[in-house]
Design a protein around this ligand. Structure first.
Ligand code: ADP
Length: 541
């Protein structure tokens, strides 16, 4: 029997923290203030991280205690990303767009002992007074009015100033809890996923290898919120590999966001399709400068082919699609085309796939009826299951055996995988439409409708139908100033999708409702349809 001679060195966030501070100390964190930027080098940020850890310790935060953040992406939020886990506590990133009752639930369920909140978000946090009453310390970033909270608060700046740099980071077990994030809870209460140091460490390397491949020389604009699945891992990847980190704070609308891009010239960025849709719409009206951007990662929801083409054709930017879930830390797949695909038109076909499985994640397809594993032939369809070192094995405080299957996580996504390991999500299990026994992919149908130049948003839901059991209803947002008819749209689809996919029912609305993380909220659409609130036009064959 031969034993490994390797060190059994714990994989911790602390190691990433030290590495970035020492090796990339001159890189900077840039926070946008609306018309100017605040800059702090990694080396100075590290000292502030030490001070924050000391300050939290003084407040009685110890090993395993939970510290919430209710913040935009900015300097202080980044500091909490390191100080809290590295001192042995657990960072709970609270989604600022949750409904008050969900917010109340996650603060209690997480057991937050302290919460760091932006002064601009105090009004929102104040909507969960009962949960807040159980939180020992509220720490406000900024000097804005905090009276809406009706309690004593501490100021972040005061805490940092009261401390000196220098902190003895504890030796941590790599399996210790580091961070906690709740699923967006489209059904029932949100569920907590608790990441370990090891899962964050391994995810950082897997993400960097799998397509979030930024490094020294990059400037990464982190649009995806830090409260949404760890900003897709970008904070740790940038820190460890030495990319400048550009933080947009609250300036996420197309105008201020593009002003930030023009001024600070990021090379790389990441966000959900809704954000990029807004940027494209602005670019169609007025000149915007995106010339610094080389690669943009779009994920969290299916990326329309039309978006990939528009970014390339108008701005020379390459879109890479990413797939993941809160449960998967989140990165599971990225649509970086194989190296032998050189021609751009052919590349688009690959970029429009959901993504190639990243190293570290294992994936399989399970047939819904037989429960058997399906081949990777690009045709066999089933529910996608995953496992790996950064995939959750359960939820915080609740049993949910339905979500797991022999040690694999059931993603709730239905898709295919091709022989080169590219997966393509066809639908979510709960959104699938079965019309006369045949599947219609709402994802494909939406993307095809969106490729119409006068359509800005399209969501498809299944509605009951006497003849076919279920038929698609397409809910469409038309570009301002354009006019579209159901008949015209049906004609547009004719040669692009199977005949029986073409919807007879169309509804034109001003905006598709979105979830707290900016995805189409089909639950709300279904409810509106059931309540008879959607005007439906029919296309006559
Ligand atoms: P969060 O976005 O907060 O992680 P969820 O865990 O509910 O919220 O979202 C994960 C789901 O988002 C996936 O299971 C999948 O349905 C969808 N999703 C993510 N990325 C993509 C993508 N590139 N294409 C299609 N669907 C995606």
């Amino acid at each position: 029997m031969v034993h490994s001679t390797m060190m059994d060195h714990p994989l911790t966030v602390t190691q990433l923290l030290r590495h970035g501070a020492r090796v990339h100390g001159e890189r900077e964190v840039v926070t946008w203030l609306g018309d100017s930027a605040r800059r702090v080098t990694f080396a100075d940020t590290y000292e502030r991280v030490e001070r924050l850890a000391k300050a939290l310790e003084t407040l009685g935060i110890g090993h395993g205690d939970v510290v919430g953040t209710f913040c935009w992406n900015h300097q202080e939020h980044l500091e909490a990303y390191f100080a809290v886990p590295c001192m042995g506590a657990v960072l709970h990133t609270l989604n600022i767009r949750l409904f008050p009752d969900q917010l109340d639930f996650v603060i209690r369920d997480g057991g937050d002992k302290a919460i760091i909140v932006d002064d601009s978000l105090i009004g929102l946090l104040a909507q969960a007074p009962d949960a807040l009453a159980e939180v020992e310390h509220v720490i406000v970033v900024g000097d804005g009015d905090a009276s809406a909270l009706d309690r004593e608060v501490l100021r972040y700046d005061d805490l940092i100033e009261a401390q000196s740099p220098g902190y003895e980071w504890p030796e941590l077990d790599e399996s210790a809890a580091a961070m906690m994030c709740y699923t967006s809870g489209t059904t029932g209460n949100p569920k907590g996923v608790v990441y370990s140091h090891r899962s964050q460490w391994t995810h950082t390397f897997g993400a960097a290898a799998g397509g979030l491949d930024v490094g020294d020389g990059d400037r990464t604009l982190v649009i995806v919120p830090q409260f949404h699945a760890n900003a897709w891992g970008l904070i740790y990847v940038c820190w460890a590999f030495g990319s400048d980190i550009l933080q947009p704070a609250m300036f996420l609308q197309p105008e201020p966001l593009t002003a930030f891009i023009a001024a600070e010239r990021p090379t790389f960025s990441a966000a959900v399709p809704t954000v990029w849709n807004g940027v494209l719409a602005l670019g169609a009206q007025t000149e915007i400068d995106l010339s610094s951007l080389q690669t943009v990662v779009v994920g969290g929801a299916a990326v329309p082919r039309a978006m990939i083409e528009a970014f390339h054709d108008r701005y020379g930017i390459e879109i890479v699609q990413g797939w993941g879930m809160t449960e998967t830390s989140p990165l599971g797949a990225m649509s970086t085309p194989p190296a032998d695909v050189i021609d751009w038109d052919e590349q688009v076909d690959w970029r429009a796939k959901t993504g190639r499985i990243v190293p570290g994640v294992e994936m399989r397809i399970i047939d819904a009826e037989t429960g058997t594993e399906q081949p990777w032939d690009g045709k066999a369809i089933g529910e996608i299951e995953v496992r790996g070192p950064w995939i959750t094995a359960g939820y915080h405080g609740v049993e949910d055996p339905e979500k797991f299957h022999d040690g694999w996580l059931r993603t709730g996504d239905v898709g295919v995988i091709d022989p080169r390991g590219f997966m393509q999500i066809v639908d979510r299990v709960k959104d699938v439409i079965k019309s006369g026994g045949e599947w219609i992919s709402t994802v494909d149908l939406e993307n095809t409708i969106i490729s119409h130049p006068d359509v800005t948003e399209a969501a498809v839901i299944g509605v009951p139908d006497e003849k076919w059991d279920e038929r698609p209803l397409a809910v469409v947002v038309v570009r301002e100033g354009a006019e579209l008819t159901p008949h015209g749209l049906s004609e547009f689809l004719r040669d692009k999708v199977a005949k029986w996919w073409v919807p007879e029912r169309w509804s034109f609305i001003d905006e598709v409702p979105k979830t707290s993380v900016g995805k189409y909220d089909k639950k709300v659409l279904r409810a509106r349809h059931e309540a008879g609130e959607l005007d439906i036009d029919r296309a006559d064959g």
